[in-house]
Design a protein around this ligand. Structure first.
Ligand code: PRP
Ligand code: URA
Length: 213
């Protein structure tokens, strides 16, 4: 990648980086991996929600009436890309307990490395909501770009994408498909290998999370 696209935000908070270092370790157990992914997702969500729109509300303090601020509009929607995105939901929900959850089921065809859709369910009135699409890995970018496109096709307009580790190839694919959508990652890694795995990466996030290999 020549230069970083303006939509890309690398979250370099020390606590996030510290936890990502343990997520990368092959010796990290499944239990630890699950807990760390939840913790790092909470920390990332704090940054990802920084620019949510606010609206003024009038409240009575014990002393007087004042103007305070609340997040505007309908409830935020967190959309994990199944399966591995599920590991990021609880951390975000701890920060935004009222959020709704949509689900997009995609798996990567291992031959062609292209996303295949198998499930889609989101709350009503997508045009009025803010969406955070989550997946730990942005590899070729096919799954992230497809998930965002599916949401746009159903009327969603306010979208953000949040991942843990991104490959330059995936950032480029995402930029070409959705240049206006903010893309947050904790790490921008070196490259993809011939099987489409991120190097150095952290391996297969779904398998590490669910113990399927
Ligand atoms: C992984 C990962 C992303 C996708 C990234 O999921 O969680 O969804 O691959 O790859 P891409 O950027 O090249 O599309 P996978 O398809 O392995 O499914 P899983 O989460 O069910 O394991
Ligand atoms: N999906 C993963 O889980 N890991 C990778 O490195 C690439 C795709």
């Amino acid at each position: 990648m020549q230069s970083l696209p303006p939509q890309l935000r690398i979250l370099d908070h020390p606590l996030i980086q510290h936890k990502v270092s343990y997520l990368r370790c092959r010796s990290t157990t499944k239990k630890q991996f699950r807990e760390l992914l939840e913790e790092v997702s909470l920390l990332m969500a704090y940054e990802v929600t920084r620019e949510l729109p606010l609206e003024p509300v009038e409240v009575e303090t014990p002393l007087e009436r004042t103007t305070a601020y609340r997040i505007r509009g309908k409830k935020l929607v967190v959309v994990p890309i199944l399966r591995a995105g599920l590991g990021m939901v609880d951390g975000i929900m701890r920060l935004v307990p009222g959020a709704r959850v949509g689900h997009v089921g995609l798996f990567r065809d291992e031959e062609r490395l292209e996303p295949v859709e198998y499930y889609f369910k989101i709350p009503a009135a997508p045009a009025d909501r803010e969406f955070i699409v989550v997946d730990p890995m942005l590899a070729t970018g096919g799954s992230a770009a497809a998930a965002v496109q599916l949401l746009k096709d159903r009327g969603a307009v306010n979208l953000r994408f949040m991942c843990l580790v991104a490959a330059p190839e995936g950032v480029e694919v995402f930029r070409e498909a959705h240049p206006e959508i903010p893309l947050y990652t904790a790490a921008l890694d070196r490259e993809l290998d011939e099987r489409g795995y991120i190097l150095p990466g952290l391996g297969d996030a779904g398998d590490r999370l669910f113990g399927t290999r």
